[in-house]
Design a protein around this ligand. Structure first.
Ligand SMILES: CC(C)(COP(=O)(O)OP(=O)(O)OC[C@H]1O[C@@H](n2cnc3c(N)ncnc32)[C@H](O)[C@@H]1OP(=O)(O)O)[C@@H](O)C(=O)NCCC(=O)NCCS
Length: 183
């Protein structure tokens, strides 16, 4: 598994681990634990759906391991927009079929690790990997109330007032890294 060292704005240090399809079975239970603790049922990925998503050759699956901690602290998944052609927002994206967009399908941080910069650092890493893989554009569904990291900007393309019955508004957004943040 390829890994890259990170340090967050709050000085947490660890590794971003790029999980490939063949590594999935080794990390699956950690990711399912974080997923189940992070999302309400209507937007929670099942073991089957996450396994299928991670098996795609174009998927970006990242696991976050904080130094000196055994249990992974967070994970994110993304894949090309065309894999999400039945998802509200993504399916009507004018870039469907252009193969130029990565869709960030999931970012989740274990409760005990939140508010220390991991979620934002992970999002920045996904954006950077997507750019390095030749995808100039990245989109996601983000809670409308979210205040993103200063280094990530979002353009709202569509708002869903009650996303999948969560009672919360989510925006379908284009995410952008301010240029000086590429590392
Ligand atoms: C959202 C989440 C990933 C943020 O992780 P984190 O490590 O606490 O984030 P950071 O410490 O980098 O926080 C930076 C800020 O950006 C927000 N943020 C960053 N990415 C976000 C995202 N994708 N959605 C919502 N808020 C986000 C954080 O809420 C925080 O805002 P605040 O300080 O006003 O509370 C985390 O709270 C989580 O896992 N929540 C449950 C799952 C979830 O809602 N995922 C996002 C679906 S859109």
């Amino acid at each position: 598994m390829i890994s890259r060292r990170f340090r967050t704005r709050t000085w947490l240090v660890g590794q971003f681990i790029r999980v490939t399809a063949k590594d999935w079975h080794r990390v699956k239970n950690h990711i399912l634990r974080i997923e189940r603790a992070s999302f309400v049922h209507s937007i929670m990925g099942s073991e089957h759906s996450l396994t299928e998503a991670a098996s795609s050759p174009t998927a970006i699956t990242l696991l976050v391991v904080v130094e000196r901690c055994v249990q992974p602290a967070a994970y994110a998944m993304a894949n090309k927009l065309e894999e999400f052609d039945d998802l509200p927002g993504a399916k009507d994206d004018l870039h469907q079929g252009h193969e130029d967009t990565m869709y960030l399908s999931s970012v989740a941080v274990a409760r005990e690790w939140r508010k220390r910069g991991l979620g934002s650092a992970l999002e920045r890493e996904v954006i950077t990997i997507a750019h390095n893989n030749g995808f100039p554009r990245i989109t996601a569904h983000i809670r409308s109330s979210a205040h993103l990291d200063n280094h990530i900007t979002k353009s709202v393309l569509h708002t869903f007032p009650n996303w999948y019955g969560t009672g919360e508004a989510f925006d379908y957004v284009e995410l952008d890294l301010k240029s000086h943040q590429h590392d």
